[in-house]
Structure formats: C-alpha cells, structure tokens
Design a protein around this ligand. Structure first.
Ligand code: RTP
Ligand code: MG
Length: 140
C-alpha cells in the first residue's frame, strides 16, 4: 500500500474536554504522522460548506451548529494506507458500536458529538485537505 494523506478533525466535544493530546497520541500510535495541524473556529456557513454532502440529511443543521459551536483542530495525517488506518482508529460513527481501543469508543459522547472526523476516500481527502490547508502548510 502506498503512502497516503487524509484529513482529520478533532471536533468541539473533544477540544472542549482537552482531549487533543490524547487523541493525537492514539493517531500517532496507529502509525499516522501529523504533517499539518491548526486550531480554528468555523462559522456555521463554513461548516455547512464542509458538510455539503449531508445537506439533505435530517442531522445537517444540528451538525453544522455543533461543528461551529467551539474551536476544532484540523489536521493532515500521513502514512501507509492512511485513509483506512485513520477510519479504523476512529471507530464506528456511533460510539455504542465502536470497537474497543478506538477513539470514538473511548471518547465520543454520542453519534453526533463523536470527537473526530476522517476522510472516507482519496477524492474526499484531497478536497477536504485543500479546503483547510495550502500546500506550504503540509510538512511531510
Ligand atoms: P465523519 O464524516 O465525521 O468522519 O463521520 P462518519 O463518516 O463516520 O459519519 P457520516 O455518516 O459521514 O456523518 C458525518 C457526521 O454527522 C454526524 N451524524 N449525526 N444524529 C445522527 O444521526 C448523525 N449521524 C451522523 C456525526 O458527527 C458524523 O460523524
Ligand atoms: Mg463521513
């Protein structure tokens, strides 16, 4: 498998509880390298663009309100098979279904406030990275 980059967010429920370091430790232990990272506070409109694919879903408004409620940490992770590896260490969307040892099993509060986001494929990873980072900010 080739070296890939994926986009990751530490969500407001996790930054609020000072879990950035604990989550980063799990990402790094899984073999993912944090090659870019910054703390930002999205507007609801910016969150709406990011989650545009979910526009028709019933949770869209709640999700955009949540993601703009407090600061988040946006990251680019790099490593062997990084997209799938990150999804694996994140665990299932619903923490009640997440495997032991995953970030969501350990830290998520609910299906909505589930501590992390990770790109679901190479195309979305490229779009999501470009939405938040310039090429100069990616230091592999
Ligand atoms: P993500 O995109 O954040 O990495 O998570 P995911 O692929 O596991 O989940 P996805 O289906 O893409 O949903 C995006 C985010 O929307 C929130 N959500 N809320 N209330 C609900 O039923 C519900 N379902 C999804 C979660 O924050 C989820 O991560
Ligand atoms: Mg998703």
């Amino acid at each position: 498998m080739a070296i890939q980059r994926t986009f990751s967010i530490i969500k407001p429920d996790a930054t609020r509880r000072n879990l950035t370091g604990a989550i980063n430790a799990k990402l790094e232990a899984a073999g993912l390298r944090i090659v870019a990272q910054k703390r930002i506070h999205l507007t609801k409109a910016q969150a709406g663009v990011f989650y545009g694919v979910h526009k028709e879903r019933p949770f869209y408004d709640e999700l955009c309100t949540f993601m703009s409620s407090e600061p988040i940490v946006v990251q680019v992770l790099q490593g062997e098979d990084a997209i799938a590896k990150n999804r694996e260490v994140m665990g299932a969307t619903n923490p009640a279904q997440a495997a032991d040892g995953t970030i969501r099993k350990e830290f998520a509060l609910s299906i909505g406030e589930n501590s992390v986001h990770g790109s679901d494929g190479p195309d979305t990873a490229a779009v999501e990275i470009a939405y938040f980072f310039s090429g100069l900010e990616l230091v592999g």
